[in-house]
Design a protein around this ligand. Structure first.
Ligand code: 8X3
Length: 251
């Protein structure tokens, strides 16, 4: 369903090749946005862009040249969804794998900053823009073995708050959508280095974890509020999850 007021608006979604990113690209396209699908895996985003009538731009958010290429393709941007990110490992602080921690900071925090910085002129050019940063409940709660990821996602929360202060007075809203337990094809699989059994165990007995589409729906809602309405933060969890350690499981 398209809306006349958003028909010619452009949205950029990073990490659009799968999961929450791909679902968000579809949701925004359904709202009438022309969606620029950015991710490393060209074949996937080209297929998605063809499906939703958008544009695919191959982009690695950890690489400045690659992000510059993305920015050059988008002179005007109304919605930026900084979705690309991820977790690796469940190592404790006393045995932290610093390479993994560095990667998580690089992709979740510095990648988000790099893309935002590069697209700010295009966001300003729109005259009315929304940046939606995909954070996490890991940006609210600490849990054992999660230090590298929770530190990075707390970083996303704080960068979002900082940007909101720095851009105050400009027509750019900053929102953070922070999901809890979301079952996607890749998040836990990547975290556990491809071990499907360990990845599945995360969701074992949980009747209905969130799906990528649930989070995409929230992002799309945040991005389509009237100009004067700023949704600072939206925390979204499955009903079964009350806290990091408090998840109702039937088995
Ligand atoms: C994912 C939430 O609980 O796996 O962003 O850290 S959690």
């Amino acid at each position: 369903m398209s809306d006349d007021s958003t028909q010619t608006r452009t949205a950029v979604v990073t990490g659009a090749s799968s999961g929450i990113g791909a679902a968000t690209a579809r949701a925004l396209a359904a709202q009438g946005f022309r969606v620029v699908c950015a991710a490393r895996r060209t074949d996937r985003i080209e297929e998605l862009a063809a499906e939703i009538g958008g544009l695919a731009v191959t982009c690695d958010i950890t690489d400045q040249d690659s992000v510059d290429t993305l920015a050059a393709a988008v002179p005007v941007c109304h919605v930026l969804v900084n979705n690309a990110g991820g977790a690796v490992g469940v190592d404790r602080v006393d045995s932290a794998d610093l390479d993994g921690w560095r990667w998580m900071y690089d992709v979740n925090v510095l990648g988000l900053v790099r893309v935002t910085r590069a697209l700010l002129p295009a966001l300003r050019a729109s005259g009315d823009a929304v940046i939606v940063n995909v954070g996490s409940t890991a940006g609210r709660w600490a849990y054992e073995g999660g230090g590298g990821y929770t530190a990075a996602k707390h970083g996303v929360k704080v960068v979002s708050e900082t940007l909101r202060l720095e851009l105050n007075g400009e027509p750019i809203r900053i929102s953070e959508v922070a999901p809890g337990m979301v079952r996607t094809d890749e998040f836990s699989l990547v975290r556990f280095g491809g071990d499907q059994e360990k990845a599945d165990a995360v969701y074992a007995g949980v009747e209905a974890p969130l799906l990528a589409e649930d989070v995409a729906d929230a992002i799309s809602w945040v991005a389509t509020r009237p100009s004067h309405v700023d949704i600072d933060e939206l925390v979204i969890k499955p009903r079964a999850q009350a806290a990091a350690h408090k998840v109702h499981r039937t088995s």
